[in-house]
Design a binder for this molecule. Structure first.
Ligand code: G3P
Ligand code: CA
Length: 282
């Protein structure tokens, strides 16, 4: 079972910072997960939301006060500051902050210390540490509508870094089947169809036509889920495990028993420990 550091070791550091990814690697994660959005000049950066109001200090920066905007993204209205309104150079002047300080107050100690990383920085870190990358295209249709499509620059980065082959230490993920189909046409790196209870159900056989794995929200993983996915030729990577979950170690053990092939964890140290205990027969 692989351990995917969800937004880095995001339980312990502000998410999607090099520090969060570095700590995840120290903890034994096999893959680090950058969610990807685009800047105004088409650079890919690691953020879960293109609205960076909660994850950076942008709201306190007077030089960017006039960039505040209201945008409708995938059917929902957002008010804030958006990556697509900043060049990479401008975005790099911002500093990351903890997204959920009420839940993870200790992470607030790191506010202001780290930049928003580029995809290339994440790739460079992963290469140095000999771990894989697990990039996700976020709001791909929205960005394409702005002329800032995510798939082509992602594919170009993979090619540039010799990570475009089927055996590369890479999983490309999206909730959007169209995004994955576009990626499948561009590069050979493995792909993962994310699913969630709130989204339309997908047929495993259809997913197997363009992806090598399925990434269900963990409540979707029934006793028969992994077996059915495996029979369709798909690996199963379940999301997301957090230290705030009740009895998280027992939960991770249960998912190992259910036969999942990977877990996204905010606390990769715990997932690695559970996996090691499992291997020792405990
Ligand atoms: O990528 C798996 C999981 O991370 C999807 O949820 O919202 O955390 O990107 P999200
Ligand atoms: Ca993600």
């Amino acid at each position: 079972m692989i351990v995917i550091a969800h937004r880095g070791a995001s339980a312990y550091r502000p998410e999607h910072t090099l520090a969060a990814y570095e700590l995840a690697i120290e903890m034994g994660a096999d893959f680090i997960e950058p969610d990807l959005v685009a800047t105004r000049d088409g650079e890919l950066v690691a953020r879960h939301e293109n609205d960076v109001t909660q994850t950076t200090d942008v709201a306190s920066r007077p030089e960017f006060a006039d960039r505040r905007a209201t945008r409708t993204i995938d059917g929902r209205e957002h008010d804030g500051w958006f990556t697509e309104d900043f060049t990479l150079a401008e975005l790099r002047t911002l500093r990351a902050t903890e997204r959920i300080p009420d839940v993870r107050p200790a992470n607030g100690a790191f506010d202001g210390r780290f930049t928003v990383p580029t995809l290339q920085e994440v790739i460079d870190l992963a290469r140095r540490a000999d771990v894989g990358i697990y990039p996700e295209t976020k709001h791909p249709a929205y960005f394409r509508s702005l002329g800032l499509a995510l798939e082509e620059p992602l594919a170009a980065a993979l090619r540039r870094n010799h990570l475009d082959r089927p055996d590369a230490p890479v999983f490309l993920q999206s909730f959007d089947p169209d995004s994955l189909r576009r990626l499948a046409a561009l590069v050979g790196a493995p792909r993962v169809q994310l699913t969630a209870p709130s989204l339309p159900a997908l047929e495993l056989e259809d997913v197997a036509g363009y992806a090598q794995a399925i990434g269900p929200e963990k409540r979707q993983v029934s006793a028969t889920f992994a077996g059915e996915a495996h029979r369709a030729g798909l690996l199963v990577h379940a999301w997301v495990f957090r230290p705030e979950d009740a009895d998280t170690e027992a939960e991770l053990r249960r998912f190992m028993e259910l036969g999942v092939d990977g877990v996204f964890a905010d606390h990769p140290d715990t997932a690695v420990a559970v996996r090691e205990a499992w291997a020792r027969g405990r």
